[in-house]
Design a protein around this ligand. Structure first.
Ligand code: GDP
Ligand code: IMO
Ligand code: MG
Length: 432
């Protein structure tokens, strides 16, 4: 039995979906444990692209069971829509392959409206959220007035909870933001319908996970977002509303820290960010444009162009600390031949002072000037490479430099979006 956490080391979109799909055949369970359909995880199998938002990325592998754990916030309409598409495509023939925890909190129409209303009102200080209601849903969970998936099966409890919430939510929407109120009766009818449709998928996922672990199965925990979007460790307040570090697996899936064996940190070979907030190595000119074009850097959830820049080893070192990475995956190495000479930030200058540590405060991150090291690029196409030794010398040197700067071995290199466009230097599920 080995458990492996796949976690984003940057600001999301590192290619977690691609790698989870590639790793899934070796796991009995793939488990989402935080976030919601703010995630957009892209899988490319035999040239066919699938974008998943809340269904775990093990779903294209017929032998894998996919759990949506208690720490996830679930928009039932979005989940049902994704399930319907997968069923129509014939990918999900057996509904028991996707199971959602009855303890997961529900994203309701109020949450979507408040997310948008708050962003609109924030103007220049907007976070640039995905507009999926994630923050407001977590807020209701933490203030202990949220509705959980299992509540959808209990019409009376649901009616009471919706009536209670309606007073507060519509007050804020109408009186404070001057938005339209949400029709609570229509919402109730929808919620009852969601309950009926979701019933076959609802499960005590914590028990399912425990059984798999007792049976000695491999389990893959699928992170969403990335370390620097984490509510505690990220570039607050320009973050999401959940913990997106490896430690979140324990609370979000319901498993003890003694059961986590390996943590795979996933990074692009450069850096991207979508939404607002500081980005020390951002390139707003030709280099950024070249990365965006060569890497097709447009959001999988909102379609927004992603901000692009050089790889930042200061961030990756911080991510290695807060996640305890046992290995790294470096994705999108195939994008770099278009760029020419390459830079990696090895330190920052903050208010005139040199530091190798990611700063503590937003003010410091905002003024951090990266100190770069320049490495030679390469022009060869690497998409056909399947062994590390097949890569051009400068590509190998680039990866080895990342290992040295971060102090974590790079065990996986991705050279294209396709499932098989992957180089593995070791056995990912080997025991600790
Ligand atoms: P996630 O949110 O971490 O799963 O990442 P996204 O799916 O949002 O964004 C990653 C994008 O890069 C997707 O379009 C993937 O198909 C694509 N991708 C992943 N790995 C590679 C790679 O090695 N090379 C290239 N060119 N594209 C990749
Ligand atoms: P995956 O799993 C990239 C960003 C949003 C915004 C901030 C808060 O595909 O890597 P939210 O809607 O969560 O309240 O938005 O977080 N964000 C992501 N950026 N990838 C994601 O997920 C993201 N999920 C949220 O752009 O800046
Ligand atoms: Mg994404």
């Amino acid at each position: 039995m080995t458990t492996l956490v796949a976690m984003g080391a940057q600001w999301g979109d590192e290619g977690k979906g691609k790698l989870v799909d590639w790793l899934a055949p070796q796991a009995q369970l793939v488990v989402r444990f935080h976030g919601g359909n703010n995630a957009g995880h892209t899988l490319v199998v035999d040239g066919e692209k699938t974008v998943l938002h809340v269904v775990p990325a093990g779903v294209l592998n017929p032998g894998t069971i996919n759990l949506i754990g208690p720490g996830v916030v679930v928009d039932p309409g979005a989940l049902l829509g994704e399930l319907a598409t997968l069923e129509e495509r014939g990918v999900l023939k057996d509904p028991s392959r996707v199971r959602v925890s009855g303890r997961a909190h529900v994203i309701l129409e109020w949450h979507l409206a408040l997310d948008k209303a708050r962003e609109e009102a924030a103007k220049g200080r907007a976070i640039g959220t995905t507009g999926r209601g994630i923050g407001p849903a977590y807020e209701d969970k933490v203030t202990r007035r949220g509705i959980r998936i299992a509540d959808l099966l209990d019409p009376k409890r649901l009616r009471d909870a919706i009536d209670r919430l309606a007073e507060q939510k519509n007050f804020e929407l109408v009186e404070f933001y001057k938005w339209q109120p949400v029709d609570k009766d229509a919402l109730y009818r929808n919620a009852v319908e969601w309950g009926k449709q979701l019933e076959p998928y609802i499960d005590h996922t914590t028990r399912t996970l425990d059984r798999a672990l007792r049976d000695g199965k491999n389990v893959l925990f699928e992170g969403a977002q990335g370390t620097f979007l984490d509510i505690d460790h990220g570039t607050y307040p320009y973050v999401t509303s959940s913990n997106c570090v490896a430690g979140a697996v324990c609370a979000g899936a319901g498993v003890g820290p003694t059961k986590v064996d390996r943590v795979l940190g996933i990074t692009k070979a450069y850096t991207t960010r979508v939404g607002g907030g500081p980005f020390p190595t951002e390139e707003t000119g030709a280099v950024g444009e070249a990365l965006r074009k060569a890497g097709s850097e447009f959001g999988a959830t909102t379609g927004r162009p992603r901000r692009c820049g050089w790889l930042d080893a200061v961030m990756l070192r911080e991510a290695a600390i807060v996640n305890g990475f046992s290995s790294l995956a470096v994705n999108k190495l195939d994008v770099l031949p278009e760029i020419g000479e390459l830079k990696i930030a090895t330190a920052y200058r903050v208010n005139g002072k040199l530091t190798e540590d990611f700063p503590m405060t937003l003010d410091e991150i905002e003024v951090a000037e990266p100190v770069y090291e320049t490495l030679p690029g390469w022009t060869e196409d690497v998409r056909g490479c399947r062994n590390f030794e097949d890569l051009p010398r400068n590509a190998r040197a680039y990866v080895e430099r990342i290992e040295a700067l971060v102090g974590v071995p790079v065990e996986i290199v991705s050279v294209g979006p396709g499932r098989d466009e992957t180089i593995s230097r070791t056995e990912p599920f080997r025991p600790r």
